[in-house]
Ligand binder design. Structure first.
Ligand SMILES: [Zn+2]
Length: 177
């Protein structure tokens, strides 16, 4: 729990700030002013949640479990569903809700090169948002079944878009008609 009364000293500017106004970077507190230069935060409402029983792997990369996930959209999304079931592939935008404090240099997952967050796909990043292209298997009401989503159980889903692969298949189909 973040204690609003507790203050920490920013490791960059040396000012004391409430713990809630700090981010841990390489285990050192850095204030939001030093990180973001005074811009306002953005508020995004989740449209649904992932149900797949998957957990984050012990190391920084990957998830446990199988490849099929259910996305339960909130009932209020029922008016947004028109045409969705005709698509083959979707881009899911989701929140990395279990991300851990940011490291500025680490060995990235696929080749072990020492890089920072912007040159990696680490879930431990300042902006905890991920995008994944998935195959759409089924739509029932506001519940989607998809293959290939690397999000864990309970992940908030922020948005759904048609993936490029679906656009290519749709244009092939309409050309052949
Ligand atoms: Zn600072």
């Amino acid at each position: 729990m973040v204690d609003e009364r507790k203050t920490l000293k920013c490791s960059r500017c040396g000012r004391d700030r409430p713990e809630s106004s700090m981010r841990l970077i390489d285990q050192q507190p850095v204030c939001l002013d030093c990180l973001y230069g005074g811009v306002e935060p953005v508020c995004i409402w989740p449209i649904g949640v992932v149900a797949n029983g998957k957990k984050r792997s012990g190391d920084a990369f990957g998830t446990t479990g199988g490849d099929v996930s259910v996305i339960r959209l909130s009932g209020g999304m029922s008016s947004m569903m028109k045409g969705l079931s005709d698509e083959t592939h979707l881009t899911i935008v989701w929140q990395l809700h279990k991300s851990r404090p940011v490291k500025t240099v680490f060995a990235r997952g696929w080749d072990g090169r020492k890089v920072g967050p912007f040159a990696s796909r680490t879930p431990d990043r300042l902006t905890p948002i991920a995008i994944t292209d998935v195959e759409l298997l089924k739509v029932e009401g506001t519940t989607l079944t998809v293959r290939g989503l690397d999000a864990i159980d309970g992940t908030p889903v922020l948005d759904i878009k048609v993936a490029r692969k679906s656009l290519e298949q749709t244009s092939k189909t309409s050309r052949s008609k």
